[in-house]
Design a protein around this ligand. Structure first.
Ligand code: ADP
Ligand code: MG
Length: 421
């Protein structure tokens, strides 16, 4: 399908009400419309959904969107329906639908009304669904959260490994677009290989977050007091403190409260009502600090989070990047402070000891990168971006001086100078 730029902009305005494409979106949309396999790597919040939603709405046939999370699919379907005022334009196909609902979905697809069909990978692999999809016009296949295909990603889903085979059965020459926010070269290779899209046109946005300040402090017995001091110095600002265990979350939230800080705990062990009330308090700024396990954060869009503290070091650089990435979404200040003790690494190693050997090996390799990051004396931003396969020069690059190692170089340098005298 060949399309000129003014048509693209008109469609963007018509369907989404946006005046401009964000980042690489326009190039991605063009690539997909031209029928090429396409691979998109953009940080969370970069606007990946539109990269397949817009071409789907502009083309004949139905785009099949594979996504791992039912909640995410529902959100997207609701949003698309809101845009087009036609319920049939987007559907979810999953096992929760009854016979009548499935019939309606299929009719809408056959009648050319449905532009986007969201499916979980386990529904797509169902024989009856494959048989049906073989008979309809598919514009392209979008594989969202494509890192789920890789054991090196943070969320491996074995069902993703069947996708290539299924796509082949649904039709020949169906363009495929894979999208992910995981930028490590290993995961990218895995995605390209497993989706069989070696010729894909690849679009990779920068993962640099120049407004975030990265700092790692040694973790000692006084870590709680240190955190209290930090939060008090940032009085009235919003922040998240991540802890590994629910127990620690509860304890630390209480310690902060006792010290006059407006803080609430958040973890999966709290009932749904408490969780959503604590989340709302944070969003409404009734409290300043959420002390949380990693259960907190997915899909939480508070633009002015001013600090993210890791009371416990995360298990991979990806997790660290995702979690610190919740600071400074508005482009303003964002202080990322992590406490590091090797003991905590050993604890994380121990957690993995019950897992299959292959998983342990990967977990160990990811942890070693965390150790290297915590202990490095080079630019932390350079380290993170290098990990994501991106060149960064901290002398000239944006945000190049925004970390503890650059602002306050380690003592070793002085020691070396002394030795010279
Ligand atoms: P990702 O999947 O990359 O994390 P999303 O697709 O969820 O990102 O988009 C993040 C946000 O960016 C959404 O709120 C979306 O509405 C907004 N957005 C996407 N494209 C544009 C655009 N061209 N102009 C303005 N906002 C956009
Ligand atoms: Mg997304």
């Amino acid at each position: 399908m060949s399309i000129d730029k003014s048509e693209l902009h008109a469609a963007l305005k018509k369907y989404f009400g946006f005046n401009k494409f964000k980042g690489l979106q326009e190039d991605v949309v063009e690539s997909l419309l031209s029928g090429s396999h396409t691979f998109v790597i953009m940080p969370t919040g970069g606007g990946k959904s539109l990269c397949y939603q817009l071409p789907a709405l502009m083309q004949e046939g139905t785009a099949i969107v594979v996504s791992p999370l039912i909640a995410l699919m529902k959100n997207q379907v609701d949003a698309i329906r809101g845009i087009s005022k036609e319920d049939g334009v987007a559907h979810v196909l999953n096992s929760s639908l009854n016979k009548t609902e499935v019939k309606r979905v299929k009719e809408d697809i056959v009648n050319g009304i449905t532009k986007l069909l969201y499916v979980a990978p386990e529904s797509l692999t169902k024989e009856e669904n494959v048989e049906f999809l073989r008979t309809v016009k598919v514009s392209f296949m979008a594989i969202d959260e494509a890192h789920c295909i890789s054991e090196w990603g943070h969320d491996f889903r074995p069902e993703y490994r069947n996708l290539r085979h299924i796509i082949g059965r649904i039709g020949d020459n169906i363009p495929i677009i894979g999208l992910t926010a995981t930028a490590t070269p290993k995961v990218q290779e895995d995605i390209i290989k497993n989706l069989g899209i070696s010729g894909a046109t690849t679009f990779k946005a920068s993962f640099n977050r120049p407004n975030l300040y990265y700092e790692v402090r040694p973790k000692t017995k006084t870590v709680d007091a240190d955190i209290i001091r930090f939060v008090k110095q940032n009085d009235g600002k919003s922040g998240i403190v991540y802890c590994l265990s629910r127990k620690r979350v509860e304890e630390l939230a209480q310690v902060l409260q006792v010290n006059g800080i407006k803080a609430v705990p958040y973890h999966a062990g709290l009932d749904a009502k408490t969780r959503s009330s604590h989340q709302d308090k944070f969003l409404m700024e009734d409290v300043d600090v959420v002390v949380a396990t990693i259960a907190f954060g997915m899909g939480i869009d508070k633009p002015d989070v001013r600090f993210v503290i890791h009371h416990d070091i995360p298990k991979s650089i990806e997790s660290y990047y995702q979690e610190t990435g919740r600071a400074g979404r508005d482009g303003g200040e964002g202080h990322c402070l992590a406490y590091y003790a090797y003991k905590d690494i050993e604890k994380l190693e121990k957690f993995m000891s019950g897992k299959p050997v292959a998983e342990q090996e990967i977990g160990h390799a990811l942890l070693q990168e965390v150790v290297a990051f915590a202990e490095t004396s080079i630019s932390r931003r350079k380290f993170i971006l290098h990990y994501f396969g991106e060149e960064f020069d901290n002398e000239t690059g944006e945000g190049g001086d925004m970390d503890d190692n650059i602002r306050h170089p380690k003592k070793q340098v002085e020691a070396k100078d002394d030795a010279k005298i």
